[in-house]
Write a protein that binds this ligand. Structure first.
Ligand SMILES: Nc1ncnc2c1ncn2[C@@H]1O[C@H](COP(=O)(O)OP(=O)(O)O)[C@@H](O)[C@H]1O
Ligand SMILES: C=C(OP(=O)(O)O)C(=O)O
Ligand SMILES: [K+]
Ligand SMILES: [Mg+2]
Length: 579
């Protein structure tokens, strides 16, 4: 999303810092953000010594009386608010958490517990359950947001046309013995037949030859194709294991996957009906399963822009080989990415998942698109009340890679320990966030240039410099005033140390920002006068006891040009002391 002619303006503002070296009411013109940073300007605050970072622990005294007066004027979600009170600015969580909602967590009480536990996005997987069931969950989440002050967005995940599914007919897993002979068929039959599995698509064996390898669920069991009978495949088990219901499969030849182009649309008739349902219920995100090129994304975005009264962000799930081939175009076309490691691990060798994950995560950040790392993060917690050490390491690694969000699937949808799994995600990510912060103290990444037009490039540079400046000054928070969330995401992309408070008067922007690393979306009425906006938000936060006089915040805006749009050659930094 471009900043559409808005002249981006950056201000830095130290709120009544006694020993600040920055002058009050000092406007610096001529794009000096970088030079100011390079001169090592530091805001020295509080007498604890040990440098800026050491002085940033802020404790809050809740001011209940004042809070009540301003409630409603500032949409600050209850979870971020209490986190700020408890842990201070630097202790606020950065990595966002997505929970798949299923039968184990769909009651009002359980949803509320997940929201309190830090769920930022509730995911509804349309592969399962009825539309009415999903409707009930969406309404419960909206009710919780409205009545209890949460800010949980809703993501609808399409079923998609997945052909890699076979069924052995039994409700639970079936053992596959070494050397046993199995028949894979697309013919439909009732009940179960010994050692016979049904493929859900008649063309499943097209292009497959005798000698090819058939791998179940990325390695649950393997077979060699020994005979082709019409469309059916007779296979001999070469690697014994388990067959789960609705197992996925892939074919391999000479150590590589056999790539086939199935003539199946990314969006089926059922998916379109689900999308209409999602639009009418006002979901915030739609994630598309089995995307194989960017057209499906563009088509859906066009459809949404004509059919939906509000913007809905479209995410592409990367879960097949074709998506990896067209990654650049897909990322460019979409509003965000989910690395759906479950199905991806059926299409590529498992040992490639970690590097592919890191590559996609890094690329998404370059392209300024939020990225979710999904599937099996804490899989053992579907059954057990504690994660494996390896799972904790996997979560930590995704956080270290600076993914925007982590996702729970079965852990929350059907697991017995969903809330606990969420708290493991929260604690593990918080730990890695503070560790990375210390590790990266002086090194900010060089950002890949995104924008083409001058105004886009200015917005980008302002955000890069503002983030650098915020880190070097050791400010408590970054405030950004944003219509569509663009400047907020450009700031987030730099992964600054301080939380990014994104003030917006667009509800859809607020709900979309729930997925962006380090961004705390707040709703507030914005005016054309930035001074008014800043004063109002600071007053509201002060009244809530959320900012104090000594706190320093850096302010960035894409709302209103403070100087004329023609004078794009300079920006403003406002360094100001508020009494
Ligand atoms: N809305 C739902 N209703 C019933 N079960 C669900 C629902 N959503 C998810 N599940 C269950 O949780 C499991 C994990 O969810 P998810 O990872 O989204 O799906 P899948 O396993 O199909 O990829 C599913 O296999 C399914 O058993
Ligand atoms: C998240 C995934 O997709 P789904 O759960 O819809 O299969 C996945 O495959 O990892
Ligand atoms: K799905
Ligand atoms: Mg999948």
């Amino acid at each position: 999303m471009a900043v559409a002619g808005d002249l981006a303006v950056a201000f830095t503002r130290a709120i009544a810092g006694n020993s600040t070296t920055l002058d009050s009411k000092n406007w610096v013109c001529g794009a000096p953000l970088g030079s100011l940073c390079n001169n090592g300007v530091k805001v020295k605050r509080k007498a604890s010594g040990g440098g800026v970072r050491a002085t940033l622990q802020v404790g809050f005294e809740p001011k209940e009386g004042l809070r009540k007066n301003v409630e409603g004027a500032l949409g600050f979600d209850v979870v971020s608010e209490s986190e700020l009170r408890e842990k201070g600015f630097l202790g606020m969580s950065k990595t966002k958490l997505v929970c798949t909602i299923g039968p184990a967590c769909s009651s009002m009480e359980d949803l509320e517990k997940l929201a309190l536990g830090g769920m930022n996005v509730a995911r509804l997987n349309m592969c399962h359950n009825t539309r009415d069931w999903h409707l009930d969950v969406i309404r419960k989440i909206k009710k919780l947001n409205e009545e209890k002050g949460f800010c949980v967005s809703v993501m609808m995940d399409t079923e998609g046309s997945q052909i890699h599914v076979v069924d052995h007919g039994a409700p639970s897993s079936v053992k596959v013995e070494e050397g046993s002979i199995w028949l894979f068929t697309a013919n439909k039959f009732e009940g179960t037949r010994p050692r016979t599995v049904q493929a859900n698509y008649s063309g499943f064996s097209e292009g497959i030859k005798v000698g090819d390898e058939l791998v179940i669920d990325g390695g649950m069991a393997s077979f060699e194709v020994i005979e082709k009978i019409g469309n059916d495949l007779k296979c001999k088990c070469t690697d014994p294991g388990l067959f789960l219901p609705r197992a996925k499969f892939s074919f391999w030849r000479d150590g590589r996957i056999v790539e086939r182009n199935y003539e199946l649309p990314t969006l089926s008739t059922k998916d379109w009906a689900d999308i209409d349902f999602g639009i009418s219920e006002g979901v915030d995100f739609i994630s598309l399963s089995f995307v194989n090129d960017s057209d499906a994304i563009s088509n859906l975005k066009d459809y949404i822009s004509t059919k939906s009264p509000k913007p809905i962000r479209v995410l592409a799930k990367i879960e097949c080989l074709q998506a990896l081939h067209k990654l650049e175009k897909i990322v460019e076309a979409s509003d965000g990415i989910m690395i759906a490691r479950g199905d991806l691990g059926v299409d590529i060798p498992l040992e490639q998942i970690p590097t592919v994950q890191e590559g996609i995560t890094c690329f998404c950040r370059q392209m300024n698109k939020p990225v979710i790392v999904a599937s099996q993060l804490l899989e053992s917690m579907v059954e057990y009340p504690t994660p494996t050490r390896a799972e904790v390491a996997d979560v930590s690694e995704a956080v270290r890679q600076y993914a925007d969000a982590l996702m729970l699937s079965g852990e929350s949808a059907i697991g017995s320990y969903g809330q606990k799994a969420l708290s493991v995600l929260r604690m593990t990510s918080n730990r890695m966030e503070s560790w990375s912060r210390e590790e990266n103290q002086e090194s900010l990444p060089v950002q890949h240039q995104l924008g083409v037009s001058l105004s886009e490039r200015i917005a980008e540079q302002i955000c890069n410099c503002a983030a650098e400046m915020a880190d070097k000054l050791g400010v408590d928070a970054i405030f950004v005033y944003t219509k569509h969330g663009h400047m907020a995401s450009l700031l987030s992309r730099n992964r600054p140390n301080s939380p990014i408070f994104a003030f917006t008067d667009e509800e859809s922007t607020r709900m979309a920002l729930t997925l962006q690393w380090g961004v705390i979306p707040l709703s507030i009425d914005l005016t054309d006068d930035m001074e008014v906006n800043i004063a109002k938000s600071v007053d509201l936060l002060k009244a809530k006891g959320m900012v104090r006089q000594e706190d320093a915040v850096l302010v960035v805006s894409d709302v209103t040009p403070t100087c004329s749009a023609s004078s794009t050659a300079f920006q403003l930094i406002q360094v100001k002391t508020i009494s």
